[in-house]
Design a protein around this ligand. Sequence first.
Ligand SMILES: [Zn+2]
Length: 323
Amino acid sequence: MTTGSAAAPIGDTDLAIGVDIGGTKVAAGVVDAQGTVLASTRRPTPSHDPAEVAEVVVELVAELRQSFEIRAVGVGAAGWIDRDRSTVLFAPNLAWRDEPLRQVLADRVGLPVVVENDANAMAWAEYRFGAGRGHSDLVCVTVGTGIGGGIVLNGLLHRGAFGIGAEMGHMQMVPGGHECGCGNAGCWEQYASGRAVVRAAREIAAESPEAALRMLGGRQAADLTGPDVTAAAQQGDPAALACLEQVGHWLGQGLANLAAVLDPSRFVVGGGVSDAGELLVSPARTRFRSVLSGRGHRPEADVVVATLGSAAGIVGAADLARS
Ligand SMILES: [Zn+2]
């Protein structure tokens, strides 16, 4: 079902559709040149069949075009997209392997289509319309189950030579550390993501169950989720606060590493775990400032929470399609 304005601004060619393909749902929205979502719609992601996923995208675009004249379609997907923004090289959760998604969709919808990594799309949205506005050297870190990221350098989205840049969650932070789904061990996302929040909480529950009573709230430790920990921390639970502080510490460590290389003026922290807000970002900032190379003798990037929320993927993909 489409939600939002039913007005049809016929002749307005500044409108683009952004599509966010996630592991559980495909969301699409009509976005204007100011980054405002005028209407949106969504469906569950159908199985892991690439052809069915493409079909859902085509249907959502057709649904939105009933009410709006559209100039282009931008698609954000969790995967490695080639530099030409056309082929999904690899998408771990969607079974795409060298899928020519841009051509498949463009042939079906009859509009220009670009395909972009979802974290890049979110970073672009925060740069253009959100917490990163005005910062032409910006790093956006999406802290969800894992860590995604996007980098804006000199006002341009940095894709790398092969288009698969900014997979910063897989920087190695702890040699010989926790195994990661990427095949390596000790990756940043094993220490500074939603998965790390849950791991820290379960460790506390195993080591000192009485300290974890409030955070557990009658649940078994194995049933704890990241949002449970965040909710308990927001109520002042010391064990939950300790989990977020530990994860924030690792987040700040990685930001300092990125600052040493990229020297951005701002870091924007988004994704589901950023719902914890300052409870996560404050310890990250503390660690960042304590390990930043050349600290005290250089300007420091600030670290802020993203402002566009879950719409960022749609807004960013649409804007990239228009530009
Ligand atoms: Zn990894």
